[in-house]
Design a protein around this ligand. Structure first.
Ligand code: SF4
Length: 894
């Protein structure tokens, strides 16, 4: 219960790359925290999505790593820091600088990132620092550099509101960047923006599209090559722009036109009339923004996909103009900050690379004793080097590679065998922390102080409003303490502001407008000005610089409006991107293509969102979307359990049979870990293949086979305490989700169900029934309140309203209610169904009831149920339910 505000702190959401402003108010009790959107923040103007609004649920200390540990034993910071610095030092002395590595994260703040990169590349003398952003947008970085000469995102969010046509490629924008999606939908309602969504699946994003193009996985390059050459001979071709500001048009076109009108349909799976409709929209809408994300980047052809898109913008001159340009949207809160500091192994620092001039410049600026001379190992290669014993000490910060890396089991094995694994994190039960020789408690969101940069280059402050719990320290402090212990000068920062000023000074150092990333104007920012820093888009130019940093009437900065790029001759480059069929084809043994992605209400590996009952109620279990035809072919019924096998591993997921996905394809979310499920981690399935230029893994195309699990019984239940994992691990399957006052659990097994149930129940106040089909239902009470309730069904999933069941936990139950509970049926009108609106806890049952009673618009559903009236993230799903009802009614009328 929020107890009224004492202070309000303006900070930034720690989840996606939209970078929404948040106002956090700490209650008088100093524990409760109220969260709302910051009306003045130019990313969100007061809006937050369901994840942002639930940030207050994630601030508890359950599962927090609070104290340093060495070899599993709690130690002092002195002992832990000695263990880290001595371990790194002795490894370097014995095996050289490249025997150590850092694996960092887009969740770090820029200041943390900056000192980690400086320590590794300037002082330890290795470039073996890579980041989980390698999995997110490394292909965009390389694509930008190949075309523009720099890793520049030219546009702004306002361009999405000023465009006449938006093409969304490889992004479930509605779920992954909900607030920006809401801005787009508001603009669409206001000015009729046309939306084209290119995605193999039907998603919440395609629901709002004027044109959905269900492309065959892995064929985006073919589509954009065809578009490129068709644009080059259309009225949209910009002769003056290509003549004056670009190079390489002809050779790029020669490769692109190999995908012609005759072959494009066959390659992409898109009908020719649909393609012509698409072309017509692109030709006739000059104000065009192409938004792309992981569906483009996470591919063996990710960089070529990016350049194929950029070619289309260059050939039409639609770049650097209001409402026009390519827009790479980042998944992570500070992927852009990581790119700024050089957090990727193939970047040096401040958007400088490994040219002799850049190395010399950074070496002088840092006064670095051991400056690197070449790029380091990219993520997949880095963990391969750990597995091969070449990297003997690794420091992992704020990320969970044992779950999120391709071949996740191999990464686990590599870390188990690595002589020194150091992990800085906030969660004590993260799968990676469990493998740490040294575990270091870091501060989390709400406790940290620094900056992040969002997808439109806007730097915002994250500000602390809670004290650091236990012995937790800021990441930058931990890194600097280790650096000093290793004998390096240059790490005597007292505050995050000290680091930010140095980072800003490096960006402007000998820049003179030659590098896009320049915040030299902040090099002398006072502590006070840093504390008060309002969100600002880079560049922030120092007065001496030649770079004008022109801003529009809204104060936004758009790159390339003058047609000058960061190549030596200031001309953008067309890049030839010949289409190649993926080598990873399906076969008789693995006939389906697995695509992976995110769900609306969870984030990465759930170390925070998994603690929120609200967020866990939308999708409570790891699942596999598959088409009804494939379900029939492989004997899989909806809601049963399915084994998914690739060449690399196996997962067990709940079948979600739906027409939203095409025949031959399956989809699974990336979030579930060993903390929440027995075998829900899907990155064990994904292979090590990467894009040859960016090193980004291909997470969108994994050949798999599927088969039914066929356990003897299924069960579901609620528990007021987390069920014993030792008991759960004896089952064929389990999954846990946080609910108010406890846990919702799903199980399946083949051993005697009675034995399993008996191990979970120990109290005296129990009631139990055995139902006719051999099922069992049992509930346990303490002082009249429900503490545990389990339903077991032989051979088929349990049919019970989980949302209603979750609300029964800890509630008092008289005799009549106990029988109703065991019957598994809520009283009429109390059915909720799966939660659709996380803000107001409105389930699918309530929304369907409202539709049946005559509410057939978003507004009327909102008036009756409140669903969709807060953050709006659930509006696409409500619309889908309305459309579904209309279809049913029209069929019935026929
Ligand atoms: Fe956070 Fe949602 Fe905004 Fe992304 S869209 S920054 S998750 S509130």
């Amino acid at each position: 219960m929020f107890t009224g505000s004492t202070t309000e702190t303006c900070t930034t959401c720690p989840y996606c790359g939209v970078g929404c402003g948040v106002i956090a108010s700490v209650g008088h009790d100093q524990c409760s925290v109220e969260i709302r959107g910051d009306e003045d923040h130019p990313a969100n103007f007061g809006r937050l999505c369901s994840k942002g609004l639930a940030l207050g649920d994630t601030l508890g200390l359950d599962d927090r790593l609070l104290y340093p540990h060495v070899d599993g034993a709690r130690v002092s910071w002195e002992q832990a820091l000695d263990a880290v610095s001595d371990g790194l030092r002795s490894t370097i002395d014995a095996h050289g600088p490249d025997s150590v590595a850092f694996y960092v994260s887009g969740q770090l703040l820029t200041e943390d990132y900056y000192v980690a990169n400086k320590l590794m590349k300037g002082f330890i003398g290795s470039a073996n620092i890579d980041t989980n952003s390698r999995l997110c947008m490394a292909s965009s970085v390389v694509g930008h550099k190949r075309a523009f000469g720099a890793d520049t995102v030219p546009g702004t969010y306002r361009d999405l509101e000023e465009a006449d046509l938006i093409i969304m490629v490889g992004s479930n924008f509605a779920w992954c960047h909900p607030v920006l999606h809401q801005r787009v939908l508001a603009a669409k309602a206001r000015r009729g923006t046309r939306l084209v969504v290119i995605d193999p699946r039907e998603t919440a994003t395609t629901a709002a599209a004027d044109l959905h193009m269900p492309i065959k996985p892995g064929t985006d390059v073919a589509l954009f090559n065809w578009l490129f050459w068709r644009l080059s001979c259309s009225s949209a071709f910009d002769q003056a722009f290509t003549d004056n500001h670009t190079k390489g048009l002809k050779p790029a076109l020669l490769k692109a036109c190999a995908v012609d009108d005759a072959s494009v349909s066959d390659l992409t799976g898109l009908s020719y009339p649909l393609l012509e409709q698409f072309l017509d929209l692109v030709v006739t809408n000059e104000k065009l923004v192409t938004v792309y994300s992981q569906g483009v980047n996470q591919s063996v052809a990710g960089t070529d996909k990016v350049n194929a898109i950029l070619n289309c913008h260059l050939v039409t001159g639609r770049i650097g103009k209001p409402g026009a340009g390519p827009f790479s949207i980042t998944g992570q809160p500070n992927a852009m900050g990581g790119r700024e500091v050089g957090g990727l192994a193939n970047q040096l620092a401040a958007h400088m690379d490994f040219s002799p001039e850049d190395i010399d410049r950074v070496e002088r600026f840092w006064n670095a004793p051991n400056m690197v001379s070449k790029p380091g190992l990219k993520a997949v290669d880095l963990f391969d080097a750990v597995a091969a014993g070449q990297v003997k000490a690794i420091w992992i910060m704020a990320t969970n590679p044992v779950v999120s890396m391709p071949q996740a089991e191999k990464v686990r094995d590599a870390l188990e065998a690595c002589p020194l694994v150091i992990v800085s994190d906030i969660s004590e039960s993260s799968d990676t922390v469990s493998l740490a020789d040294v575990a270091l408690p870091a501060t989390g969101w709400g406790e940290k102080n620094g900056t992040v940069t969002n997808s439109e280059r806007r730097i915002s402050r994250q500000r602390a409003f809670l004290p650091a719990p236990g012995d937790a320290r800021h990441d930058w402090q931990i890194i600097c303490d280790v650096a000093r212990r290793m004998g390096y000068s240059g790490f005597a920062y007292e505050t995050a502001a000290d680091i930010y000023r140095e980072h800003a000074a490096l960006s402007g150092y000998e820049n003179k407008g030659q590098r896009d990333f320049d915040i030299g104007g902040h090099a002398d920012l006072s502590d006070h000005a840093y504390d008060d820093l309002a969100p600002v888009q880079w560049p922030v130019i120092d007065r001496e610089s030649n770079n004008p940093g022109v801003r529009d009437e809204h104060g936004d900065h758009r790159f390339f409006s003058d047609g000058a790029f960061f190549t030596g001759d200031q001309r953008a480059r067309f890049v030839a991107t010949p289409f190649k069929r993926t080598k990873k084809s399906t076969s008789r043994h693995r006939p389906l293509v697995l695509n992976t992605g995110r769900v609306r209400d969870h984030w990465h590996t759930m170390t925070r969102t998994g603690n929120s009952p609200r967020l866990s109620s939308h999708m409570a279990e790891p699942f596999l979307e598959l088409n009804p035809s494939d379900a029939r072919t492989y004997g899989i019924a909806d809601a049963t359990l399915v084994r998914v096998r690739s060449f690399y591993g196996e997962s067990i997921l709940r079948a979600l049979v739906t027409n939203r996905i095409s025949v031959g394809q399956v989809f699974a979310p990336i979030h579930w870990t060993r903390r929440f499920s027995s075998a829900g981690c899907v990155d064990v399935l994904v292979g090590p293949q990467t894009d040859p230029h960016s090193g980004q893994p291909d997470s969108k195309f994994t050949p798999v086979r599927i088969m039914p699990l066929e356990p003897k019984w299924y069960a579901c239940g609620v528990f007021d305490a987390e069920p014993d994992k030792a008991v759960l691990d004896q089952l064929d399957y389990w999954a846990l989700a946080k609910i108010e006052n406890g846990w919702l659990a799903e199980f399946a097994g083949s051993s005697a169900a009675g034995d399993f149930v008996n191990r979970l129940f120990s109290g005296e106040d129990c009631c139990e029934i055995n139902v006719a089909n051999g099922g069992q239902r049992i509930a346990m009470f303490e002082k009249g309140r429900l503490t545990t309730c389990v339903y077991v069904a032989p051979g088929a999933p349990v049919a019970v309203d989980r949302s209603w069941l979750a609300r029964q936990l800890s509630a008092p139950h008289d005799q009549l209610e106990r029988f109703r509970l065991l019957a598994g049926r809520p009283p009429s009108g109390a059915e909720t169904g799966a939660i659709i609106c996380a803000c107001h806890g409105v389930g699918v049952g309530s929304i369907r009831s409202a539709i049946v009673e005559g509410s057939d618009t978003l507004v009327s559903i909102g008036q009756v149920t409140c669903a969709g009236t807060n953050c709006g993230s659930c509006k696409p799903e409500i619309m889908a339910l309305i459309e579904e009802a209309k279809k049913i009614l029209s069929v019935a009328a026929e």
